[in-house]
Write a protein that binds this ligand. Structure first.
Ligand code: FES
Length: 322
């Protein structure tokens, strides 16, 4: 357990409208100087406060990891925003100061990959923007498949269309009937290729299913999705071992929200999206249905800890070290 992040203050130096829903924010240190380094696919967590309400959202870094003068993030205004994306869109102006974390990376390029197949849906293009810089620098073998609703929603498509390696990119505008054929793509996968997908949950699941159907080993398929998908599943009970209290978690509710509702324990939680690892909690009895991005497959299978901001109990009851 442990928190890999530290907080830092940054100044928003530029805000650009990219699509009707997406803005790009450029941030730099108020005093100037190099930003902490990151690798392609890295992210920061933006910590916001608005009228007493606090929000923390993870955003992928989009600029070149070699450019230490700034960080750039792409923010889509979420229709069902918890508040963070609406705050950034509506209330933050160039010149304002924000608190963010230092970078971390749960979606890095695999050193062992002999080819990198990147699959983006909508705003899921953002981690690939920094990965592309890294792939170019490495002289790696790669291709990008980018699907979006319609040409005006294809964020950064115009920028991608004019870079020297644009011949490696394929764009799919749903409104024009351009479909990404995952079966064909994964069916002809190069030996030693790794697949990376970022976007809406249905795209991630479609890639996972197509990869399984074509015998692509699970360890060669990587995905990232911030803003954890709403989890289904029924109600269950959480026993907090330190106090002996039992908290009932309603269907669709998270353990974290149930504990906060009952004021039953104090829990550190930075992102509330299953990304940062700060709410990692030991499982003493029962099993978790893991929904986070933080634990590895092996850690999830071990059932020793869980992220209570997004993950649920498998079964009627779970006992936690809280
Ligand atoms: S609060 Fe970040 S993983 Fe749970």
């Amino acid at each position: 357990m442990g928190n890999p992040y530290q907080s830092m203050r940054v100044t928003v130096t530029r805000i650009e409208d990219v699509t009707p829903q997406i803005k790009r924010f450029t941030m730099a240190l108020p005093e100037g100087g190099p930003m902490p380094g990151f690798s392609g696919g890295g992210h920061v967590i933006v910590q916001m406060e608005d009228g007493g309400r606090r929000y923390s959202n993870a955003y992928s870094l989009m600029n070149s990891p070699e450019d230490r003068s700034c960080y750039q993030i792409g923010v889509r205004r979420e229709e069902r925003s918890k508040g963070g994306s609406a705050f950034l869109h509506d209330k933050v102006r160039a010149g304002d100061t924000l608190t963010i974390t230092t970078p971390n990376n749960l979606f890095g390029l695999r050193e062992e990959a002999r080819r990198h197949v990147l699959i983006a849906g909508g705003i899921g293009i953002t981690p690939f923007m920094s990965q592309l810089h890294e792939l170019r620098r490495r002289g790696a073998d790669y291709e990008l498949h980018y699907a979006f609703r319609s040409p005006e929603h294809g964020a950064f498509r115009d920028e991608l269309a004019v870079v020297p390696d644009s011949g490696r990119f394929r764009f799919y505008a749903d409104s024009l009937g351009q479909k990404l054929d995952l079966g064909a793509l994964l069916g002809r996968l190069h030996d030693g290729a790794h697949v990376y997908v970022c976007g809406p949950q249905p795209l991630i699941e479609a890639v996972q299913d197509a990869a399984a159907a074509h015998g692509v080993p699970r360890e060669r398929v990587h995905w990232e999705q911030f803003a954890a998908a709403p989890q289904g599943g029924g109600a269950f009970s959480v026993v907090l071992a330190k106090s002996g209290r039992t908290v009932e978690v309603a269907s669709g509710e998270t353990i974290l929200k149930a504990i906060e509702r009952e004021n039953a324990a104090s829990v550190d939680c930075l992102c509330r999206e299953g990304v940062c690892g700060t709410c990692e909690t030991r499982i003493l009895e029962g099993e978790a249905q893991h929904c986070d991005q933080y634990l590895s497959d092996a850690e999830k299978a071990a059932q020793k800890t869980m992220m209570i901001c997004v993950s649920r109990a498998r079964g009627q009851r779970i006992v936690l070290d809280l």
